[in-house]
Design a protein around this ligand. Sequence first.
Ligand code: SAH
Ligand code: DHB
Ligand code: MG
Length: 222
Amino acid sequence: MSQQTWDAVDAYFSETLVGHDPVLEAARAAADAAGLPRIAVAPNQGKLLHLLALTQGARRILEVGTLGGYSAIWLARALPADGELITLEIDPTHAGVARGNLARAGLDKVAEVRLGRAADSLAALAEEGAEPFDLVFIDADKPSNPEYFAWALKLTKPGSLIIVDNVVRGGAVADADSTEPATVGTRRLHELIAAEPRVSGTSVQTVGSKGYDGFTLVRVQR
Ligand code: SAH
Ligand code: DHB
Ligand code: MG
């Protein structure tokens, strides 16, 4: 199987099950026009996040790594009118594009982009006594995954779901000798999950328009 096949299958799933969505297409176009890297989740992955948030009955969602707000739109669309999504972004250009995209999507009342290092914003959320989040999507700098997971645990409650993107990266995660910081971080993340009695987690490999990668899903149990 080749990337060409994975692209064709993703295109088929996105055409049949996601369909034409002017808001999401405009968000991608605005991100491209601003020169943002093309690393947002694929449409069918965005819809997976959306369905997980709905299944979760999420009223509060936290995202680490906003980019142009593509995944944030999918997640925020699962919220009730009085729900809240907070998404953390270090790059002011990315944050600006995301704010524009969320406003065009009519989600600026429920979605807030916080600019700064995610580690600082997460500490600030804990400091301000933020209500626990029902779903956390971790998708920023991969070397910091262990730190983001630790914060996610502090900022959630029993029943919450923590999702981590890009945990496979072409298979790199299986290399115990890797010194690549992203791989080291993601392996450490798995060790933390395995050693944490309050959670139950699993990881799955995926192929698609974004190549060979995967997600980790962690349920906070107690
Ligand atoms: N979730 C987005 C994609 C995020 S890409 C989507 O699917 O649409 C990763 C983002 O994390 C980038 O925008 C990058 O600027 C941001 N990022 C990287 N390091 C960060 C840090 N230390 N704190 C906050 N954001 C960071
Ligand atoms: C890449 C993909 C991602 O989903 C991400 O969050 C960061 C980088 C990439 O393909 O390089
Ligand atoms: Mg990602």
